[in-house]
Design a protein around this ligand. Structure first.
Ligand SMILES: Cc1cc2nc3c(=O)[nH]c(=O)nc-3n(C[C@H](O)[C@H](O)[C@H](O)COP(=O)(O)OP(=O)(O)OC[C@H]3O[C@@H](n4cnc5c(N)ncnc54)[C@H](O)[C@@H]3O)c2cc1C
Ligand SMILES: NC(=O)c1ccc[n+]([C@@H]2O[C@H](COP(=O)([O-])OP(=O)(O)OC[C@H]3O[C@@H](n4cnc5c(N)ncnc54)[C@H](O)[C@@H]3O)[C@@H](O)[C@H]2O)c1
Length: 460
């Protein structure tokens, strides 16, 4: 019988929230174990945000190199060296993994590498290359993340499709890439691979891309992708798949559509990593989709057990997982921070970027709010003209009678950075005229905010 090692706390899964909490508590002198299957630093730096944004930057350089003549520079014979793209991505990832490892070591936490599962309340068994360790602690923090969902489509599993993990490590460029799902991953990866030289088709079951956004944003994003030659196929239902990704693969729709590609990438949402890990033995409830049920301070149904990040149903962003760490820390210290009503911004890293904070116009209508809307085409912003980045718009939703900013969306160059300016104003409770009347440096993209908020109609 393996002895049970005891700790003050166990972080089960080393995602953003978990590793941050673990390092902090270990530095404070507590005996902390982190159970991690193998990704030092979690999925963001290993297989998600960081490698995808590195790939996207390589693709952007390739695109710019091919479009320099518009700027008066002639470059001939531009070609992509995909192994070099892959190696750059791997190097950025390796550096971040090393930084995380150094942080773990310096904090004094105990990293237990291997696949973990509950075998009893507050007790986790970790299996790695034949060895078994059993760990127990009065406090457990679950941060196990999600994996790519492979939908139940006839022939899909057999086709051995790529997920983001494999796609980010390809050494050969797919000649014809089919992308199943036109969400965040689908949109970002489609544009990146298109710019690196692949023919790309997005196969989306919904009636539009970015369905949570206003129709103008959704349409603008679709135009951006289509203008670069990406085929966007919407309303694709009752799919069947034939062939093998990496050789030849065919996706058929129920209404007779047919798409042929060399590779198939699945980006159709996420599945929480909660199956087969003994949550029932530990008294931890999950919902019908397998996400761990939590309250607004991320406590699970088991006393002394919290869940954080994607596995707890939090918004699927690294910054949301980081905020979950703050919520749990507050919960431990009997504070009041909660997940209720928090402002979670996001950026879709297509070019130009799409960013949003707060509500959009369709949300305002759905919630029955009285609101005013202001919109500004990127084309009128002087900096956008100097950069030849004229695509897109800014859009603000403002209360009809209090000047409160309800939300901001932007499709345009530097949208993520500009959105953060509005977010700060919203967090500070600033009425919109403060942004309208601020002295904003010329010529910056943020200068457009003054013009945007000048377009808000007088209150009724
Ligand atoms: C392609 C892609 C691009 C993305 N881009 C962005 C972006 O630009 N910006 C953004 O904010 N978000 C982005 N995201 C989302 C972001 O990666 C996640 O929201 C973020 O990493 C937070 O994850 P987490 O903290 O829930 O857990 P994770 O970081 O997923 O960590 C969970 C950890 O648990 C470990 N684990 C799981 N099961 C076990 C087990 N049984 N035993 C031991 N260990 C286990 C895993 O190995 C993993 O390290 C992207 C996601 C993808 C897939
Ligand atoms: N820039 C970022 O912050 C960023 C980037 C990538 C991923 N992420 C996070 O990762 C999460 C997962 O990304 P994702 O793109 O996998 O999911 P998603 O939920 O964003 O999009 C999935 C898409 O696949 C479609 N779909 C689902 N099943 C399908 C089927 N059978 N056939 C055709 N289409 C189908 C859905 O309609 C949807 O449009 C996102 O929700 C996001 O929070 C964030």
């Amino acid at each position: 019988m393996t002895d049970i090692e005891t700790f003050d706390m166990i972080v089960f899964g080393g995602g953003k929230a978990g590793k941050t909490l673990a390092m902090e508590k270990a530095r404070a002198g507590r005996r902390v174990a982190v159970v991690e299957e193998g990704m030092i630093g979690g999925s963001c730096i290993n297989v998600a945000c960081i490698p995808s944004k590195t790939l996207i930057r390589s693709a952007e350089v390739a695109y710019e190199a091919r479009t320099t003549s518009a700027f008066g520079t002639i470059i001939e014979n531009v070609r992509t060296d995909l192994p070099a793209v892959r190696d750059r991505t791997a190097k950025v990832v390796a550096e971040m993994v090393a930084t995380n490892q150094a942080g773990f070591d310096a904090s004094g936490l105990h990293l237990v590498l291997g696949f973990g599962k509950f075998i009893a309340p507050k007790t986790i068994e970790v299996v790695a290359s034949g060895s078994i360790r059993r760990l127990s602690a009065p406090q457990i923090f679950i941060n196990l993340g999600t994996v790519a969902t492979i939908p139940e489509i006839p022939g899909l599993k057999e086709a051995q499709p790529l997920t983001h993990k494999e796609a980010l490590r390809l050494g050969d460029l797919p000649t014809r890439l089919l992308v199943l799902g036109g969400g965040y991953i689908g949109m970002e990866m489609s544009q990146a691979f298109r710019r690196l030289g692949a023919d790309v088709t997005i196969i989306e079951r919904g009636s539009r891309l970015a369905p949570r956004e206003d129709l103008d944003a959704s349409k603008g994003i679709t135009d951006v992708l289509q203008n670069e030659g990406i085929c966007v196929a919407l309303d694709c239902k009752d799919l069947t798949v034939q062939g093998t990704s990496g050789q030849r693969v065919v996706v058929k729709t129920g209404d007779g559509g047919e798409f042929e590609g060399s590779h198939l990438l699945v980006a159709a949402g996420r599945t929480p990593r909660t199956a087969g890990i003994g949550l029932d033995l530990a008294g931890i409830d999950v919902d019908e989709r397998g996400f761990i049920k939590v309250d607004d301070q991320l406590r699970t149904s088991a006393e002394g057990v919290w869940a954080m990040g994607e596995v707890a149903g939090s918004p699927m962003f690294t910054h949301a997982s980081l905020d979950d760490y703050r919520v749990v820390k507050s919960s431990l210290e009997e504070g009041f921070r909660s997940t209720d009503g928090r402002l979670v911004p996001y950026v879709v890293f297509i070019d130009p970027e799409f960013a949003r904070v707060g509500i959009n116009e369709e949300d305002a209508k759905r919630e029955g709010l009285e609101y005013r809307v202001a919109k500004l085409a990127m084309d009128v912003i002087p900096r956008a003209r100097t950069m030849s980045k004229r695509q897109g718009f800014m859009k603000a939703i403002v209360s009809a009678d209090t000047d409160e900013i309800f939300g901001f969306s932007m499709l345009g160059v530097n949208a993520g950075e500009v959105m953060s300016v509005v977010q700060m104003a919203m967090l500070g409770g600033l009425p919109y005229p403060v942004l309208r009347d601020a002295i904003l440096a010329h010529p910056t993209i943020s200068e457009g905010l003054g013009m945007l908020f000048a377009n808000v109609s007088a209150s009724s």
